[in-house]
Design a protein around this ligand. Structure first.
Ligand SMILES: *Cc1c(COP(=O)(O)O)cnc(C)c1O
Length: 407
């Protein structure tokens, strides 16, 4: 970690801003959504960052998440909480993807998913702003990251998840110190309970995009990717989209990097990938509208993207459209096939959401939206080890005659 390079000082944060109306909000105060119920975005004095922080200074630091501190909201080193947020590798998958396909493997992060990026930032800010108790609805990975970081700095957590959340998530959340409840509903049903308790003053609401700092943490994916690609962004990004925090965050990162003069105007095509059993963003994209309707009867094995309603829908759609990409849905069968293909032939175990991006990549190739020559980055946002796997083993009786040649 690289905390000594920057001494305690005011960060470059100037204010927060409503993502819909542009209304300004003061930094250093606790905020949820804006007055019109939309996410708040953190704004920085980028001219000052540009004047004081050469790109080479960042490049000379260790490659962890905190190297980006000038573009992050945490003011005091004492408020930083960390479990070792490493830079995640870009892993080629030449057989299951192609010669120019890289997987950004976020499964290497603390708690096994990229939710660590968002939650490390949100928890650090909650700590800085004096929050003592947090509640969150989750499909699993966000709850695990929240529990880990909050426990580490003594903040109490209550986590609500759909009752069919992968078993391992529910258990790790509890082990990491949260009180976890299974709810007979979907993530937005859990969110309604959290909102009710927050309104009654029981806790602070940490739902996706309902506090301003998770986007800032997820933004580091875009910053990191730019540095890894030597400041020339790839042709396309395939992102498994639930609440869309990462896609929105990366889009924001690219704008900030351009304002700093660290990258040019070229942007990747952003592909928002959803499962066909829960594709509200795809429907809104195809319908040409700005906001998505709730998706009824949502179902998919890719639990991380089973989000029927996203509060940042218009931000996702705006980024996808501006980039020249599209929102696309893939079937669960294609997801399973992609996971198997990548594991068997390239040795990389994707999570189902990561499998969805690989399936979407092939669909995009077939439709001519990207070519074999385009460098494409697929986001695998959690380790495949956190998900149920089919048992393909056979048994062997060590007391019987074993036909070794036939094994
Ligand atoms: C949360 C999650 C997603 C979706 O991320 P958003 O930024 O909220 O859209 C994708 N994959 C996995 C594994 C996740 O845990």
């Amino acid at each position: 970690m690289n905390l000594n390079a920057t001494t305690d000082r005011a960060t470059f944060v100037t204010h927060l801003e409503c993502s819909l109306t542009g209304e300004r909000y003061a930094a250093d105060e606790l905020h949820g959504l804006s007055r019109v119920g939309r996410p708040l975005l953190v704004r920085y004095d980028l001219a000052m960052v540009r004047a004081t922080t050469p790109r080479a200074l960042i490049e000379a630091r260790p490659t962890d998440l905190w190297r980006w501190r000038e573009l992050l909201p945490v003011r005091r080193t004492a408020d930083v909480v960390s479990l070792g947020e490493i830079e995640t590798p870009l892993v080629p998958i030449p057989k299951s993807g192609g010669a120019n396909v890289l997987v950004k493997d976020e499964g290497r992060l603390p708690t096994g998913s990229f939710k660590a990026r968002g939650l490390v930032m949100a928890v650090a800010m909650a700590k800085a702003l004096g929050v003592r108790k947090i509640a969150m609805p989750t499909n699993g990975n966000a709850g695990a990251a929240l529990a880990a970081y909050a426990s580490r700095c003594g903040i109490e957590t209550i986590v609500l998840c759909p009752d069919d959340t992968p078993e391992i998530n529910v258990r790790e959340i509890a082990l990491q110190g949260a009180r976890v409840y299974r709810v007979n509903g979907l993530i937005d049903d859990c969110g309604a309970i959290v909102a009710k308790g927050a309104a009654a003053g029981h806790w602070f609401d940490f739902s996706t995009l309902k506090e301003p700092y998770r986007i800032e943490g997820k933004k580091t994916m875009g910053l990191e990717l730019a540095a890894q690609c030597r400041w020339v962004l790839p042709a396309a990004i395939f992102y498994p989209t639930g609440g869309g925090t990462g896609l929105i965050g990366m889009w924001k990162a690219f704008a900030e990097l351009e304002a700093l003069g660290w990258i040019g105007a070229a942007r990747p095509k952003m592909f928002a990938v959803q499962a066909s059993g829960c594709a509200p963003i795809v429907k809104a994209f195809d319908d040409g509208v700005e906001h998505a309707e709730r998706w009824e009867g949502a179902h998919t094995i890719a639990s991380g993207i089973r989000v029927p309603k996203a509060v940042g829908d218009f931000l996702i759609l705006r980024a996808v459209r501006e980039s020249g990409g599209i929102a696309m849905a893939v079937e669960d069968a294609a997801i399973e096939q992609a996971v198997q293909h990548c594991a068997r032939d390239d040795g990389l175990l994707l999570c189902p959401e990561g499998g969805a991006t690989l399936a979407a990549y092939h669909a995009a190739r077939a439709r001519g939206l990207v070519s074999a020559d385009d460098q494409c980055v697929l986001f695998n946002c959690a380790t495949g080890l956190k998900y149920p796997m089919t048992d393909a083993s056979k048994t062997l009786d060590r007391h019987a005659e074993i036909d070794l040649a036939a094994l």
